[in-house]
Design a protein around this ligand. Sequence first.
Ligand code: SAM
Ligand code: SF4
Length: 359
Amino acid sequence: MTDFAELLEQNSYSKEDIVRILNANGRDEELLIQKAHNLRMSNVGNKVYMRGLIEISNICGKNCYYCGIRKGNKNVNRYLLSDKEVLKAAEYAYENDFGSLVIQGGELESDAWTSRIENLLREIKNLSNNELGITLSLGEQSEDTFRRWFDAGAHRYLLRFESSDHDLYHRIHPNDALHSYKRRFEAIDLLRKCGYQVGTGVMIGLPWQTADVLAEDLLRMKELDIDMCGMGPYVEHHDTPLYKYKDELIPVEERFRLTIKMIATLRLLINDINIAGTTAMQTIDPEGREKAFKAGANVVMPNITPTQYKDSYLLYDNKPGTKDEKEDSTEKVIQIIKDTGFEPGIGVWGDSPHFKKRD
Ligand code: SAM
Ligand code: SF4
């Protein structure tokens, strides 16, 4: 069998290679993280880019079995930020040199929603002299909607495929037209067609998920030629259908370790994309994002949603930072980036070099 250090030097990886990398322990795991760090430094540099995250609404038309804000959860105080609240948060991001915003929320599809987001995008572009970059994460939409939002100023879109394994996808979602595996991947193709920088990702540590499935996920990301990725551990929420499998999950510490190895392995597979250190990592390990940066992640998304709503956007139990004033979390994040030996990417879009090279 190839020596592990030699395996890391390969130019391409089979599914079996990836499974072996994901199962690495001890010294091999350290070598993996070191290799990912080196690739990150030579391909995307030492900056960590900041995106101010606005959780615009927890109203969702879908019923994903893992998610705390699923339509069927009656114990959620539903909210929708007003235009004024969104624009105030955008102004804050602009004044604090974030460079970019992410607008995320439940999945809603209607003409009124499409128009409202379109108008907000134009207003954000106006208030920031076209300087704020905008990423959307608002679920599956029609081609027309994706196009209108792109034309109004959004240039990146995050739509996780959650799992590339058809059976697993249908075990974690209702088996109906609204939660179609096929439509998910078609939506990702449409985003590319409309001109977006395309981001996707998966949850790690889901029930029934194996290292084989995770290796397939990474290979699918490579095949889709993605520009960005946001992956995080699956964390259970007590008011969801998947909660009943909580005793069958791998321990949270293992989910965290596996997430770090997934980030590092993705950096090996596609060297020059943007990879986020996600909030869910911090739920498990208070230093979760720092560890993600050291394993190849180069994007962080401090939450700048008005504090009074943060408690209502609970995708999973024990979500951190819901009591933070946004000022606290921004300063904290900048300090964390510096303390970890990286440089905060202040006031720039921080686009994925992978996307720029494709142009
Ligand atoms: N509604 C949009 C969508 O689904 O693409 C965007 C918002 S959704 C809340 C963002 C991501 O949260 C999902 O893609 C999913 O991976 C993640 N998520 C939901 N429930 C989770 C959980 N229990 N643990 C970890 N991540 C979760
Ligand atoms: Fe809605 Fe997204 Fe949660 Fe699914 S993951 S229930 S689409 S918010």
